[in-house]
Structure formats: structure tokens, C-alpha cells
Design a protein around this ligand. Structure first.
Ligand code: SPV
Ligand code: MN
Length: 645
């Protein structure tokens, strides 16, 4: 099929043939693209794609257009351009480069990321929206002529594995070789897939320009805009370089995919996917949703287990079970605190020759440094603020750290030795369990299982909360509502999203279990009750539960592990003595805190008229269980008293 299309479209004198065609956008392509690039684009027999590129050319006015066919030469060209344009610079290790975003462009810009709403459509007050007509006029105005004197890069990707029923084709136009290069590490090549889809209009599009540059960074950051046209499945991004705002297939396409998933009956989630290894060589797959800075990547990278993905998952019902794929094929991970002791596998990938992009770290003499890397730091170097020296202050008089707290590394997953062998399986991997976790100092136990699917969706996923850290907002310990760790990316009302989850498993033969974890529980003295590595044990316990190999204690908020099972796993996995005292304090149900949490969460869902009644029913049942336990055992209920003799 692929071969036939190719022959039909490129074997004749394509340029002449196309010149006789009436459509204006094709004329534009033939006028503005070299023959070689026109041939590459027109070999993809897709009118919507041709129109997209032609209109972008007319709007942004590049000097030239490069169409990346995913051949090694074309991919090599993009990588070279990133260096030639100065967007990336070489580090000492072969293949490693670094990139800086401007000081005001160091993270996802929530405020300037808006949905463009066609007349008559409403998404609820919580979502950041703008009228489509007005928004398009504004963003097109900002994109006008931004590529004069520059080359436009056109790339194709597959969101999800190649040749998979899960996958969504996607096309990106950008004038940033750093963006195009990052995507090469983060996504599977899609040029061939575009040949296969023929004239289908069913693909996502992203149009990005970094805008005017000064010292290689976007100068007009005050006019940074990221607008998502949900009707046309087209993302616009301008005057920004930070990958979360420009690599359109991360959170921007996640927003489009959430709507597509609602229409088509599947789920698009902010989740890692990992294989947890059980007895006798068994692998059980889990997905996990955690807000940023809450242990998501470190869970997916636990030593001894295997990783499928660390950020985005599509979940579908296939043959009576839930299966999932990683949307991506690389990692755009937070580098702060990555060090040889805690993260040996990532450190190996970050120190071995191969393709690596580091962003917003400190560089001195071709060597990268970042906060928490376990290395001695130089007193000066270059970072996202330009020349940096110890004691350099920002406008408010605060010390500028050597690297930004959101500094990142970009690598291919294949650079990791613990990549799961089924990571690219077009059929996906079966989901044994779904894990939700947030930063919670005083309410939830370290690990628990829900009683059933709807109890898990409502009281664990939809009720997820996470405390901000001093590092993120300046105010520590402020609890934020983080349902499914997907709130920032919701493109549908929250009540509709929760209903979609509740209905997702109706009629399935095999139900994934739902678990809640909390790595951040503290004791009365304000100290964490668990070590970083305790999560290794929680994962193994959850794996055993999926296969019904260990029993659990029924507590008011869910099913808890037995001490004996954890004691054995602590010994086996970490060679650690786990004491009954540790167990009892960690797994005590904190009733007042749990009741308060229910109240907070219920109030949020009451505000959305779309919330299914089942949400309130499940919450009410939980409240009654908590109150009954309080009447019987008091406010703090040890797991030991709950064990039925
Ligand atoms: C996150 O912040 O959740 C990320 C990185 O995964 S970003 O691309 O900014 O979304
Ligand atoms: Mn993420």
C-alpha cells in the first residue's frame, strides 16, 4: 500500500503535474518549495496537509522550507541546523548538546495557553478560553512574517507506536531546529504513516514560531501565546521556546487527545507506563498519574522494573481488557536532583555518548551541572540568565541557582537499559493496575487499593490532591486539587471527564485495579514516614494484589496491606527490616483528615453540573464508613484493630 502510493505520487514529474492543478495552496507550495522539498511533501497525498503548509508559508513568510522525510540525512540536517543556528551548543560528550530558554520562558505558561472556542461552545469557567475569531486574529497577527529570513521546518510524527490502532498522526511546522530536534528524540517518526493515511483529515497539527530572537532566545516573551483550536485540532504557539509550550505533542496535543478520546470512547492520560516484575518472570503493567515533582518519573524508573513511558498514555478497551501505549518514545525529564546514587540509569544515559539535549542547566568548559547532581560546582559558568557567578541575584534580590529548577534532559527511551521490550508494541500492553499519587503530608496512607473501579475513580483519581513545594510556588504546603494529575490539560468539563472514566470499564472482562500511593506522609514531628525507596515495595505489593496473591485489610478508605506481606517484601526487595511500629503508624487511617478531604473535594464537584450522581454516592459511602469507624475506634484507626479475627 505504501509502495503503491509512493509510486503513484512521485514517479512522474511531480512538480509539473501539480502545477496544472487548480488549488491555490498547491501553487504556493510549488512556488515556495524547492523541487526536492515539494516532492517530499507532495508524496504525502493529503490535501489538508498541503493546505496547512501552504497557509503557514503565506502567513509566516519563511525564506525557505525544509520538509523532513525522516531519512537519516534529513534528521541529521535538523540536528546540524540546531547547532548552526546557535539554538543548541555542543557539550564535551559526543552527541550531547545544551539549549537555553529565556529567563521568562522556563515552564509551561498556563495563563497564555488558551482554548479557542467556536461560537456557541462552552467549556466551563475553570478552563482558560477565548473566542475563536478573536484568538485567531490575534495569534495570526503575532505569527505574521515571523519566519522572514528563516527556514520553516515541517515534520511528521506518530503519537503512539507505528501501525497501531492507538496512534494519531501529527504534523508540526516550526522555525526552531531545537524544537524539531527535540521531537526527534521524543516521538516516533511519522512520514511513512502520512503516506499510509492518504487523504484522511484525521491528524493533529501544530504551528510554532519562536518569534524574534535575541541571544538565541525568544525576545518578545511578553507576547507569548499558545492557542489551541479545538475545533480544527490545530495548536498555535509563538514567542516561546520552552518545550512544554512548543513541542506541540506533549501537553498541547494531550488536550486535543482528551476531546478525541471522549468522542471515540477511550482515555488520554498524563501517566507513566511501567512493567513491574513479579514471581516466575511475570511482568504486570501499571499506569501511574502523579503531578509534576511528585515522583512520577522516579516511580517509572525504579531499578529492577522496566519502563514503557514516563508522561503520556493512551488507554483503550481491546478484547475485554484495558490496554495502553506510550504516546512518546523519549523522556523530557526534570534534571534537578538526578544523581548517580538515586538515579544510576538516567545518569548513565546522561553521561554516555549518544543524543542528549540538556536545557537550562549550568555549563562551564563544556561540562553540564545542575542542582542536586552530587558534583562539586564551579563558581561561574553560563546558565539561563547568561553569565552566571555564585551570588548572582535576580531582580527581587534572590540568589539565582546554577540551574533552573525546571531544567530538563531530553533523551530517547532507547538510551535507557531498563526499557521494556514491549514499549513499541502496536497492540499496547495490558493494564493490571492504575496508580494515583500526590504530595500529601497528612491524609492518605502510603499505599491502598480501591474497593472497586468506581470507588477508585472517585475517591482516589478524581480526589487527588497535591501540596505545592517552596520550589514551585513560593508557598509551601498549599493543597491543590489535581484530579488524575490531568487538571491542567482538561479540554472538557471536569464532570464529563470523570463520567468518561466511570464508564470506561463498563462490560470489561478484566478490570484494572486502582491504587493510591503517597510517598510524602509525615509523622507528628513533621518528618517523612517513608524512605524514598519504599516505593519499590509498594509496587511489588500492588503487583501481588493484581494477581490475588496477597490478602488485604478492609479500612474505611480502601484495602490495606498486611504487615507480614510488607515485612517479607521489604526484606526481599530492599533487604530492610520493616518494623510493626513503622507499619502501624504509616497505615493508620487518619479519620478527621480524610473527612475534611471529602468535604473539600465534594464542594469542587458540586460546582460542575456535569458531575455524575455516582460521584456523590461513592463519596457519601466513604463518609459513612469513616464516621462508623470513628464511632467504633476513635479518630486514628490502627490497621491492627481492623483485622478480622
Ligand atoms: C510536566 O510538567 O508535566 C511535563 C513537562 O511533563 S511539560 O512538557 O512542560 O509538560
Ligand atoms: Mn508531564
Amino acid at each position: 500500500m505504501t509502495g503503491r502510493c509512493q509510486v503513484r505520487f512521485v514517479s512522474r514529474n511531480l512538480v509539473e503535474e501539480k502545477e496544472n492543478m487548480p488549488k491555490n495552496f498547491e501553487k504556493t507550495l510549488l512556488k515556495r518549495l524547492s523541487k526536492e522539498n515539494a516532492d517530499k511533501l507532495l508524496a504525502l497525498p493529503n490535501e489538508k496537509l498541503h493546505k496547512f503548509v501552504a497557509e503557514a508559508i503565506e502567513l509566516c513568510n519563511p525564506d525557505s522550507v525544509f520538509v523532513c522525510s525522516d531519512s537519516p540525512e534529513d534528521i541529521g540536517y535538523i540536528r546540524r541546523r540546531a547547532i548552526e543556528l546557535g539554538e543548541e551548543k555542543n557539550l564535551n560528550v559526543e552527541g550531547h548538546t545544551y539549549h537555553f530558554d529565556g529567563p521568562n520562558d522556563q515552564g509551561r505558561d498556563k495563563e497564555q495557553t488558551k482554548y479557542l472556542l467556536p461560537k456557541g461552545m462552552q467549556l466551563g469557567e475553570e478552563l482558560n478560553t477565548l473566542g475563536k475569531k478573536e484568538g485567531l486574529a490575534e495569534i495570526r497577527g503575532l505569527l505574521k512574517d515571523t519566519m522572514r529570513g528563516r527556514e520553516m521546518l515541517v515534520r511528521f510524527f506518530s503519537l503512539g507506536p507505528i501501525n497501531s490502532p492507538f496512534s494519531i498522526p501529527a504534523a508540526q511546522i516550526t522555525d526552531s531546529a531545537y524544537v524539531a530536534h527535540s521531537e526527534d528524540l521524543l516521538y516516533r517518526s511519522g512520514y511513512e504513516q502520512f503516506k499510509r493515511i492518504g487523504n484522511s483529515p484525521d491528524f493533529f497539527r501544530v504551528l510554532h514560531s519562536a518569534g524574534e530572537l535575541e541571544n538565541f532566545v525568544s525576545k518578545n516573551w511578553e507576547k507569548k501565546r499558545i492557542y489551541i483550536d479545538i475545533e480544527d485540532e490545530l495548536v498555535y504557539s509563538v514567542n516561546t521556546q520552552y518545550a512544554g509550550n512548543t513541542v506541540g505533542f506533549k501537553k498541547l496535543s494531550l488536550r486535543l487527545a482528551i476531546r478525541k478520546a471522549l468522542r471515540e470512547g477511550w482515555l488520554s492520560e498524563h501517566m507513566f507506563i511501567m512493567g513491574v516484575h513479579g514471581p516466575a518472570g511475570r511482568t504486570t503493567y501499571f499506569t501511574g498519574a502523579f503531578p509534576s515533582f511528585c515522583g512520577k518519573t522516579s516511580s517509572a524508573m525504579v531499578q529492577g522494573e522496566t519502563i514503557v513511558g514516563d508522561d503520556l498514555a493512551y488507554l483503550r478497551r481491546i478484547n475485554g481488557e484495558v490496554r495502553t501505549v506510550n504516546v512518546e518514545s523519549g523522556v523530557f525529564g526534570i534534571i534537578q536532583d538526578i544523581n548517580p546514587k538515586d538515579d544510576p540509569l538516567i545518569i548513565k544515559a546522561l553521561t554516555t555518548p549518544g543524543e542528549v539535549i540538556l536545557s537550562n542547566i549550568l555549563v562551564k568548559d563544556g561540562v553540564p551541572y545542575w542542582t542536586g547532581d552530587g558534583k562539586e560546582h564551579p563558581d561561574s559558568g553560563v546558565n539561563f540568565t547568561g553569565n552566571w557567578f555564585r551570588g548572582k541575584k535576580d531582580k527581587s534580590g534572590a540568589d539565582i541557582p546554577p540551574s533552573h529548577k525546571n531544567a530538563r534532559y531530553t533523551i530517547r527511551l532507547s538510551a535507557l537499559p531498563n526499557l521494556d521490550p514491549r514499549a513499541d508494541d502496536p497492540e499496547g500492553v495490558p493494564v493490571g493496575g492504575i496508580i494515583y499519587g500526590g504530595r500529601d503530608s497528612d491524609t492518605c496512607v502510603p499505599v491502598q487499593e480501591s474497593f472497586n473501579w468506581s470507588h477508585g475513580v472517585v475517591t482516589i483519581g478524581a480526589s487527588l490532591e497535591s501540596e505545592t513545594t517552596a520550589a514551585t510556588l513560593g508557598k509551601e504546603g498549599v493543597r491543590a486539587f489535581q484530579p488524575m494529575s490531568n487538571l491542567d490539560f482538561l479540554s472538557i468539563p471536569i464532570g464529563v471527564y470523570i463520567r468518561q472514566h466511570l464508564e470506561f470499564t463498563l462490560g470489561l472482562l478484566k478490570m484494572p485495579k486502582i491504587f493510591g500511593v503517597n510517598y510524602f506522609l509525615k509523622g507528628k514531628d513533621g518528618k517523612f514516614l517513608n524512605d524514598k525507596k519504599d516505593k519499590y515495595v509498594w509496587l511489588k505489593w500492588m503487583e501481588r494484589r493484581v494477581h490475588g496473591e496477597v490478602d488485604a485489610i478492609t479500612a474505611p478508605t480502601g484495602l490495606l496491606p498486611y504487615y507480614q506481606d510488607l515485612k517479607e517484601l521489604f526484606k526481599q526487595v530492599l533487604d530492610k527490616e520493616y518494623t510493626p511500629e513503622q507499619y502501624e503508624i504509616q497505615f493508620t487511617t487518619r479519620i478527621p483528615e480524610n473527612l475534611r478531604k471529602l468535604e473539600r473535594i465534594e464542594a469542587i464537584y458540586r460546582k460542575d453540573v456535569n458531575t455524575p450522581k455516582a460521584v456523590f454516592d461513592v463519596m457519601e459511602e466513604q463518609r459513612q464508613r469513616l464516621q462508623a469507624a470513628k464511632a467504633q475506634f476513635g479518630e486514628y484507626v490502627s490497621p491492627l484493630v481492623l483485622i478480622k479475627k
